[in-house]
Design a protein around this ligand. Structure first.
Ligand code: AHR
Length: 536
């Protein structure tokens, strides 16, 4: 359903309405309105869900297009400001994202990658061809450079092992090279000779990637057999390994059930994480879409909710105690080519406000399932799909999605609590059919005295007045509490940050007045908001 007034008019009317001059005029559901509709959120402080692992705010860097070469690695002799060859601006920004994990070297690349190609003197490393499309891989960025990148960012590494074209022996030797204490084994000596006395202590290991596709085109049963071979008798060298098995393409329950049926047949190989990948795709174009396509895109992103509950239930049929958690190690929007900043950057896309809302509603979904999701990695960190950053030579910009991750940081390590939302749905049309999408959704968490509520307001044209009630907190705790509101929005749904105009979509913060137990706030159309309380 198309709006009847422009977003600019709606925003002007909203500021009037927020000042108290409310018009009584009512419009049909899903259309622009003069009166901000009243919506309500209750934060149920005594209904805990679980601790939000900081790792659900994690990232992915693959040897593909411009992610590693140009995005992360500019080379030691580059004019681009760098630390030992690693782009300094990227490090400075990733440091702002909290205790996150970075996955590497793929993706599809991981199942073609032989880790020994990327160690030792840089000028002696082999050049390989065609590992992700027809390009040469210089191997200038390998295990030590990736570890340096993680250390500089304060991030934890997550390595993806090669099941497609590698062997269990090659995988187990990589673990040994990374984790064996100095002088313990020949591979540990080699690591020391290559400059790293201390073991890397890598906990997270993915055993194959998209094994139903580019990772070997296995059946779930065949992949399960390979998984067993790769993980049998795998020494940890004192590091508690967290092993991740390749889950389905999206919410394919057949892959999950067949893998786990095989898994229970005989030997239950060690698995800590199950990794479905979900790309919500696109509607229209990265920067050109109708209001209907705006809603349809967000609706597709919102299918993560169903994926989590379905996959969790399917795993539970075999792992009744739910020891295995979900690791959504690739997710995000995937738009058609055309907005690359550099044609060599495969899959690079310009992320706009719509991508920011898709990211925010997905992070809220993960928070609401904090008991099920151990890690999630948006694809990919820089110069690719749904990226937080775009970089080309010495130019660098943070996308609106970066601001979402930074806004949501207070949730990391906090205890998720339930919220109840009362709001009408928004109607839209997709493929000629009437559909609906939530108008307001979010998540809340508590860490010490800090209460954080994040909200995504999807209405493309109308503002909303939201009443927020804190339930299950004593008046004494809430009294005197300050409330701050941070909002990310823009008048244009396709607003984005560019090298020339990097601050087009930026969060804005203000204090909210009123009773902390029952506060009202106005959310602009198409916005993401964070509200912070400091409880007494
Ligand atoms: O993120 C780009 C590609 O998408 C990855 O290499 C692969 O795992 C997925 O299909």
């Amino acid at each position: 359903m198309k709006s009847t007034i422009s977003r600019r008019t709606a925003l002007k009317r909203m500021s009037l309405a927020a000042g108290g001059a409310l018009s009584a005029e009512l419009f049909a559901h899903g259309r622009a309105t003069d009166k901000p509709s009243e919506l309500a959120v209750s934060v149920l402080l005594n209904e805990p869900i679980g601790t939000i692992k900081p790792a659900i705010y994690s990232h992915f860097t693959e040897h593909i297009g411009g992610v590693i070469y140009d995005g992360v690695w500019v080379g030691r002799d580059s004019k681009v400001p760098n630390i030992d060859g690693i782009r300094r601006a990227l490090v400075d920004h990733v440091r702002r994202l909290g205790n996150v994990v970075i996955r590497w070297p793929g993706g599809c690349f991981a199942d073609k990658y032989h880790w020994r190609d990327g160690i030792g003197p840089a000028d002696k490393r082999p050049r390989r061809f065609g590992r992700w499309q027809e390009v040469t891989e210089s191997n200038q960025f390998g295990t030590h450079e990736f570890m340096r990148f993680c250390r500089l960012c304060g991030a934890e590494p997550y390595f993806g092992a090669n099941v497609g074209t590698g062997s269990p022996e090659e995988f187990q030797q990589w673990v040994e090279y990374c984790n064996a204490p100095a002088a313990k084994t020949t591979l540990a000596d080699e690591r020391v000779a290559n400059g790293s006395d201390k073991p890397f202590g890598v906990r997270y290991w993915g055993v194959g990637n998209e094994s139903w596709g580019c990772g070997g085109k296995f059946t779930p049963e065949d992949y399960c057999r390979e998984y067993r071979k790769f993980t049998d008798w795998l020494p940890g060298y004192g590091v508690p390994l967290y092993l991740i098995a390749a889950g389905p393409d999206g919410n394919n329950l057949d892959w999950t059930r067949r893998f786990f049926k095989k898994w229970t047949d005989f030997a239950r190989a060690p698995i800590q994480g199950w990794a479905p990948h979900y790309y919500c795709g696109t509607t229209g174009h990265a920067l050109k879409f109708s209001n209907d396509q705006w809603y349809e895109m967000l609706d597709k992103a919102n299918r993560m909710e169903q994926l989590i509950t379905d996959q969790w239930a399917a795993i539970g049929e075999f792992d009744r105690e739910h020891k295995i958690k979900l690791v959504i190690d690739e997710w995000g929007c995937w738009h058609p080519a055309g907005t690359e900043i550099n044609k060599r950057h495969l899959f690079e896309q310009m992320g706009c406000l719509r991508d920011a809302l898709a990211a925010a509603l997905t992070l809220d979904t993960f928070n609401r399932h904090a008991d099920k999701v151990d890690m999630a990695n948006i694809a990919q960190l820089v110069n690719n799909l749904h990226s937080l950053f775009l970089a080309d030579g010495d130019r660098f910009v943070a996308t609106p999605t970066f601001h979402v991750f930074e806004m949501y940081k207070p949730h990391q390590g906090a205890r998720a609590v339930r919220i109840a939302v009362q709001a009408p749905e928004v109607a839209f049309k997709a493929a000629g059919k009437e559909r609906t999408l939530f108008r307001l959704a979010g998540s809340a968490s508590v860490k010490g005295k800090d209460l954080t509520l994040t909200l995504v307001h999807t209405h493309a044209t109308d503002p909303a007045e939201v009443s927020i009630q804190l339930k299950g907190v004593s008046d004494a705790l809430a009294s005197g509490s300050e409330i701050r509101q941070v909002v990310l929005t823009n008048e244009k749904l396709s607003a984005h940050n560019t090298f020339e105009n990097p601050d087009q979509v930026m969060p804005k913060s203000k204090a909210l007045k009123g009773d902390p137990l029952s506060v009202k706030c106005v959310l602009p159309p198409a916005s993401i908001a964070r509200l912070d309380w400091k409880l007494g």
